[in-house]
Design a binder for this molecule. Structure first.
Ligand code: ADP
Ligand code: MG
Length: 240
């Protein structure tokens, strides 16, 4: 297995005195998928948000290996310093509509992060967005690019959300129940897309789910959370 890209050590987070994440440590490597499994309320989303520093953990260290091979700690960064690091870590949520502006065409939704981060001109961003649309299986791009999110199926919407997350060429993608709302057949299609993209791009993936069977079939390693603690850990196909 390749060297770790992301290392989480001793993470704690509580809300109003109730512990949501309790001393969690793990690593994820390039091209690896780590599953985080647990019942609803076990702390999975809180953990994911602490890793991205969308919320601040109470304790613990998140370290990330940047393109130049340096390890950098996320917790001692200012918001400005976090911007380039956040580009490299993207999240795909359960409900694609929550991250897609209902009034924005899909090509603009995918181009948007490139424009926000000042990484491309509007014309270049649109061209990259069209390529990403095809990459996530919405081809030819002409057929889909000018649709609004509500003019797509749930599976297609999730593909757009994945394309949007990939626009910034992240090295780590966190999928939080990203296929949970989809029918079994569409679920399998989106999982296989994520697997292909991982092979092509060497992505490290954190795959958060309440569904043990999905996790064990799809993840190289799985950690199981209960009340915020890791209660089991092992290879996806050998768990339980
Ligand atoms: P999961 O994603 O596994 O369903 P969560 O991380 O969403 O679990 O929640 C873990 C615990 O933390 C729950 O008890 C939840 O109520 C609590 N919690 C999560 N976010 C907040 C918040 N912003 N404020 C207060 N409590 C929260
Ligand atoms: Mg959750």
């Amino acid at each position: 297995m390749a060297d770790p890209l992301l290392e989480v050590t001793g993470l704690y987070k509580s809300f109003d005195g109730a512990t949501a994440v309790d001393n969690v440590s793990f690593t994820v490597s390039e091209s690896e998928t780590l599953g985080i499994v647990g019942e609803s309320g076990s702390g999975k989303t809180t953990l994911a948000r602490c890793v991205l520093r969308a919320i601040d953990p109470d304790q613990g260290i998140v370290r990330f290996r940047t393109y130049d091979g340096e390890w950098t700690k996320l917790h001692d960064k200012t918001d400005d310093e976090l911007i380039p690091l956040r580009q490299q870590m993207q999240m795909v949520f359960q409900d694609p509509l929550a991250c897609l502006n209902p009034a924005m065409t899909v090509v603009d939704a995918i181009a948007d992060p490139l424009l926000i981060h000042g990484l491309a001109s509007p014309a270049m961003a649109r061209e990259q967005a069209r390529q990403l649309l095809e990459r996530v299986g919405l081809a030819p791009a002409e057929r889909y690019q000018n649709r609004l999110p509500r003019q797509l199926s749930g599976g297609q919407q999730q593909r757009v959300a994945i394309a949007r997350a990939l626009a910034l060429e992240p090295r780590v993608v966190i999928c939080d129940e990203s296929v949970s709302m989809l029918d079994a057949e569409v679920q399998a299609e989106v999982l296989s897309l994520l697997r292909d993209l991982q092979h092509q791009l060497g992505l490290a993936k954190i795959f958060v789910t309440h569904d043990l069977s999905v996790a064990s079939g799809f993840c190289h390693r799985v950690i199981v959370l209960d009340k915020g603690r890791i209660v089991e850990e092992g290879p996806g196909d050998r768990l339980f």
